[in-house]
Design a protein around this ligand. Sequence first.
Ligand code: ADP
Ligand code: NA
Length: 318
Amino acid sequence: MTRRLTGFQPTGHLHLGNLIGAMRPLVAAQATPSIAMIADLHALTMEHDPRQLRANTLQVATVLIAAGVDPQRTAIIANSQVPEHSELHYLLECATGYGEAARMIQFKEKSAASKTVRLSLLTYPVLMAADILVHDCDQVPVGDDQSQHLELTRTIATRFNARYGQTFTVPEGIRPVNTARIMDLADPSRKMSKSTPSAAGRIGLLDPPEVIRRTIARAVTDTVGVVRVDPERQPGVSNLLAILRACADREPGPFTSYGVLKREATDAVESVLGPIRARYAELSEDPGHVRKILAEGKAWVQPRAAETVRRTRAALGL
Ligand code: ADP
Ligand code: NA
């Protein structure tokens, strides 16, 4: 039985990369039992504003539904609301080496960039392992930036099974098909990301049409003057083409100039984001409905999570 988990950080600023790289594959694969998990516990690893976090969690849930994630087929949860995540996290910490956590690239980068480092930043990948293992997931769609964490999950699960007896399903990482890595429009050498401080190169999923138009109009291109896919020499143009291909429902072009490319990309992005924005506005009128969906998601997944924790405790002699 296949079961997938896809995680989303509730850090605000959901962008076109999240939609193309994670939400649309989730929607496309809804015949496969899946969990869409908002990682609000992970948000506590860095300085955060409690009110903002609560709002962001609800916003991500609302955007997921607006983008077509069907809560009848995909359980939408926040990991803080299913306490089995936290309990398994601690149990797995006791099966993980300090060195294993400390050598995670994301920990090294994030801890180097901040003055004070929370202990939870170090153990974040162990929480991620708990997020996956607690639901017996066997498939996890991963981008490059998460593959080291998934490897650690597999190591922890395999070693635990060998030491304490068969307890966990060891998950496989899968690459979502038909997706592109979307780059920052202002700096196409790096991926479009929520964590980039400047929004100049990011297309937000809820950006109004005028902002989308301006962001694409200002996208960095080059002086080659030919529209073609050449990520080495023409990263900006290649990225605009990737965005256009992902959003248009017909083969784009021909392009007589970069201006034409940008206009077509703008129309294509708007054709995808317009309906999401409208649905989001509708759903936002009734936040209680979205909270209820989160509560139903929790009720749906909790029995299995509780069973995994029970098995783990028993294996450990608790
Ligand atoms: P971010 O890096 O913006 O903080 P997350 O880490 O929350 O985004 O990632 C959520 C999902 O979106 C992951 O599955 C990730 O692989 C995908 N994703 C993030 N950025 C991009 C991008 N620029 N292009 C394609 N997919 C992306
Ligand atoms: Na990320």
